[in-house]
Write a protein that binds this ligand. Structure first.
Ligand code: KIV
Length: 263
């Protein structure tokens, strides 16, 4: 059995012969499936606030809820590096609180790293976490936890700010960074200028890797789907057809038959 990927080995994939694939997962069954496919990074994203819990944005999900889902994913994964989002505002209340919360993730789940949103303004927190032995993935560009401040989910185009954020995260000791909704030219420049992997989502093809939300990839979506998504399956349709067929067979008495019954 291959050894589980570590944060340093994930970071060392920069400049390698292949791009890095990352997907979200929020529960045991899906995490096991994703891990069995050889995906390098599995992110327990705070997107679960929307995708699993049905909230309008990522702000409501709590620390305890993130740990609950990270526990399920951590128990399932044997190969990939598992990164857990620090939810809002678990790392905004000072470095000690950030270490306490990130430490809970490492102590109470089998996951190995955390992700937080921000660059320049979170550099001290990233450095403190790294000093405490906690691998940190940064998240630069569109930061969904700041949706109210940013005025919506928009492409981020301030080149100077984006470069400063990316370099601050790198210098603070992050082992990788997500670049979300950043024009291709700026994402390419950042990727060339930093020594850690850039993992793009809506940041073009030149990043060192890509991340998507698993529900989007398998077609389990409802409502708005961003331009950067590519669906590789339509599980929503498959599930609807299966459930409808089951309903009809129960109603008509066609299920169960002798085959599913005991003598
Ligand atoms: O919460 C999340 O799922 C994320 C990724 C989409 C990058 O942050």
């Amino acid at each position: 059995m291959p050894e589980q990927l570590t944060a340093p080995r994930f970071a060392a994939m920069k400049g390698g012969d292949r791009k890095i694939s990352v997907l979200t997962a929020y529960d045991y069954t899906m995490a096991k499936l994703v891990d069995s496919c050889g995906i390098e990074g599995i992110l327990v994203g705070d997107s679960l606030s929307m995708v699993v819990q049905g909230h309008q944005n990522t702000l409501p999900v709590s620390m305890d809820e993130m740990i609950y889902h990270a526990g399920m994913v951590g128990r399932a994964v044997e190969n990939a590096l598992v990164i857990v989002d620090l939810p809002f505002p678990s790392y905004h209340l000072g470095r000690h609180k950030a270490i306490e919360n990130a430490g809970r993730i490492l102590k109470q789940t089998r996951c190995q790293a955390v992700k937080l949103e921000g660059g320049v303004e979170q550099a001290d927190t990233i450095a403190a976490l790294v000093q405490a032995g906690i691998p940190v993935m940064a998240h630069v560009g569109l930061r969904p936890q700041s949706v109210h401040q940013l005025g919506g989910y928009r492409v981020q185009r301030d080149r100077q700010q984006l470069l400063a954020d990316a370099q601050a995260a790198e210098h603070a000791g992050a082992f990788a960074m997500v670049l979300e909704c950043v024009p291709t030219a700026i994402a390419t420049e950042i990727t060339q200028k930093v020594s850690i992997p850039t993992i793009g989502i809506g940041a073009g093809p030149e990043c060192d890797g890509q991340v998507l939300v698993i529900n989007d990839v398998v077609g389990l979506t409802s409502g708005y789907v961003p331009k950067f998504v590519k669906a590789y399956a339509d599980l929503g349709k498959t599930i609807t057809e299966a459930v409808t067929a089951y309903r009809d067979e129960v109603r008509s008495g066609a299920f169960p038959t002798k085959e599913q019954s005991y003598e």
